[in-house]
Design a protein around this ligand. Structure first.
Ligand code: NAD
Length: 260
């Protein structure tokens, strides 16, 4: 077991990529915290993990709400005695051309992806420093941390921003044994992607199958979606890596869509 007794908070873990990371971390022996807005789905994930012999709890956390983040991390410290891993994964997508984008939607996207990453990082770093055990902070970036696509201005801006945040956390966290890295997946078939296929088809005036073939998977080496398992395995690798030799980096998991 690569994460035996490590305490891992995963935001946005009630569904999609975050949920699979939670399940995989639990299999590797971690005490897993499902932090999400959607409490029924979060509780169902906890029940699945517990049934399979793992340890998990859920906390209600809107990552943009400072008080909820502070309270949630304090609950985890009280229940499990500290925090060893944060996966800052909660996210949304909004499809719109820049000229049609409202300021509210721009701010909403930046709040969830960047304010959320900042608030959870700050709370978890403070807990990690207090216990003196160091830790691993993992951000869910995207190929859009490195590449741009039309109709996704705030998403691309936010995902690029996470690279900068991760590098600062790597530098400031080093003296306390805290490392920080970014996972950059290609398209993964989750609710977030299923919702945008018809939206992109409408905005671009093409069929849904053309969105998949000629937009989402066009630049991959083999026309395949990345899977939640691919991303979860990468998260286990980064969470379990023991030294600051691997910090301030991004790892792209995208069937070659983006090559660094
Ligand atoms: P998803 O919609 O299945 O899951 C996102 C989760 O985040 C949901 O459970 C949702 O309730 C939660 N969430 C949303 N706003 C929140 C908030 N304010 N506070 C707490 N939780 C909140 O989507 P997913 O595809 O699993 O996406 C997870 C992450 O992976 C996102 O950051 C996304 O940008 C990133 N990502 C996804 C893909 C993809 O193709 N699916 C590719 C690259 C990166």
């Amino acid at each position: 077991m690569l994460l035996k007794n490590k305490v891992a908070i995963i935001t946005g873990a009630a569904s999609g990529i975050g949920k699979e990371i939670a399940v995989e971390f639990a299999k590797q022996g971690a005490k897993v915290v499902i932090a999400d807005l959607v409490s029924d789905a979060a509780k169902a994930t906890v029940a699945d993990i517990t049934k399979a012999g793992g340890t998990a709890m859920s906390i209600a956390m809107n990552v943009t709400d400072e008080a909820q983040v502070e309270q949630g991390v304090a609950e985890v410290v009280a229940a499990y005695g500290g925090v060893d891993v944060l996966v800052s994964n909660a996210g949304i997508q909004i499809i719109s051309s820049l000229v049609e984008l409202s300021l509210d939607n721009w701010k909403k996207m930046l709040a969830i992806h960047l304010d959320g990453a900042f608030l959870t990082t700050r709370a978890c770093m403070r807990a990690m420093i207090k216990t003196g055990r160091g830790g691993s902070i993992i951000y869910m970036g995207s190929v859009h941390s490195h590449e741009a696509s039309p109709l996704k201005a705030p998403y691309v801006a936010a995902k690029h921003g996470l690279l900068g945040l991760a590098k600062v956390v790597a530098k400031e966290g080093a003296k306390d044994g805290i490392r920080s890295n970014v996972i950059c997946p290609g398209f993964v078939r989750t609710g977030l992607v299923d919702k945008q296929i018809p939206e992109q088809a409408k905005s671009l005036g093409i069929s849904e199958s053309d969105v998949i073939r000629n937009v989402m998977l066009k630049e991959t080496v083999n026309g395949e979606f990345t899977t939640v398992q691919d991303v979860a395995q990468t998260a286990v690798f980064l969470a379990a890596f023991e030294t600051n030799a691997l910090t301030g980096q991004s790892i792209t998991v995208s069937h070659g869509w983006h090559m660094q």
